[in-house]
Design a protein around this ligand. Structure first.
Ligand SMILES: [Zn+2]
Length: 341
């Protein structure tokens, strides 16, 4: 049964999105509130079908609740999307983007090969349309851009089935430190951060919007995931956080404005430069404690028992789940031991 258009619209809205629109002028006054809302989105139970759409800039949105955060830049050229969320939420994400603009998705940029960031690649790409009309071997779908290592992770490892369908694989890869584009009236820098969260990390800097999309290099809900099995390292992670601090400009000298560069984490609340500095300092302090303990001849068991994440475990740590405090400490330990060899 098909409900009347108006009713269907209301149902769709109820089913998929609480759309929160904050005008550009009110943005800075609302910054605290906005962060609170983003944090609230993270706290949602994943089983609910809601997405949260936040307008961060006149032409820039954040979609939360589909896995990793999804950034959406909108303009005359079409839509540039950073990360695609989980495969299971891709239909709802496409619908949410369509409510923002009738223009086609042109690019999907991946910040890593994590399933909750690339799972929606195929659906978003197919819902879009390439900017390039000649040599149309993609069947007209939007380009999927990522570091070369992301394709290696997503493609078929020798003798094993591919973890992702070929339609989700990056169509355009790069290995140089920086790739750039100019779309929708602004420069877009895609910045490689090798060996941080994984070996395929990028951060995406939208220069006029003044937004950096950090991927899981920054995760305000927990200690950063140092995925050593996929090429992550603690010192690469700290290097990436330092670069993020350098890219972002805080609201100085007029701090009361709460203006400044916005940094979108892979998960959690939208940050400003001061937030990233705090997170960077926290990660660096834990790394230094583990390094000093290794220097003092302590074993991993002794180091874990000494609780090098003390002072931060309550906010970022966990005793259970996929990334516990001990998982983080062990990753820091093994990463440092590997580098010292
Ligand atoms: Zn993630």
């Amino acid at each position: 049964m098909t409900p009347a258009p108006g009713k269907r619209r209301n149902l769709a809205r109820l089913a998929t999105a609480a759309v929160l629109v904050i005008s550009a002028g009110a943005l800075f006054a609302e910054a605290r509130e906005l962060r609170r809302v983003a944090q609230g989105a993270q706290a949602r139970v994943p089983a609910t079908d809601d997405l949260e759409v936040l307008q961060l800039r006149p032409n820039f949105y954040l979609i939360a609740g589909a896995g990793g955060h999804i950034a959406v830049q909108v303009g005359d050229d079409g839509v540039v999307v950073v990360d695609a969320g989980s495969a299971s939420r891709a239909g709802a994400v496409v619908a949410a983007i369509r409510r923002l603009t009738p223009r086609p998705i042109r690019y999907v940029i991946n910040t890593s090969a994590d399933a909750d960031h690339v799972g929606g690649n195929e659906a978003l790409s197919k819902a879009g349309q390439t900017l390039f009309t000649s040599g149309d071997f993609l069947g007209g779908a939007a380009s999927i851009l990522a570091a070369e290592d992301v394709l290696k992770r997503m493609g078929a490892p020798t003798g094993k089935p591919s973890p992702f369908p070929a339609g989700a694989w990056p169509t355009e890869t790069f290995d140089q430190p920086r790739k750039y584009m100019y779309l929708n009236g602004e420069g877009i820098e895609v910045l490689r951060q090798p060996a941080a969260h994984t070996d395929g990390d990028v951060m995406v800097f939208f220069r006029r919007s003044d937004v950096v999309v950090a991927g899981d290099i920054l995760d305000t809900t927990r200690f950063p995931v140092i995925d050593r099995a996929r090429g992550g390292s603690i010192n690469g992670e700290i290097a990436a956080l330092n670069r993020l601090v350098d890219l972002a400009i805080p609201s100085v000298p007029i701090v009361s404005r709460e203006a400044g560069t916005l940094v979108i984490p892979g998960h959690g609340r939208v940050c400003d430069q001061v937030d990233v500095v705090e997170y960077r300092d926290m990660v660096t302090i834990v790394r230094d404690r583990v390094r000093d303990a290794i220097g003092g001849g302590m074993s991993l068991a002794q180091i874990t028992a000494s609780a090098p994440a003390r002072g931060y475990a309550r906010r970022y740590g966990s005793d259970s789940g996929p990334w516990t405090t001990n998982d983080f400490v062990e990753a820091v330990y093994h990463s440092l031991m590997q580098e010292s060899r």
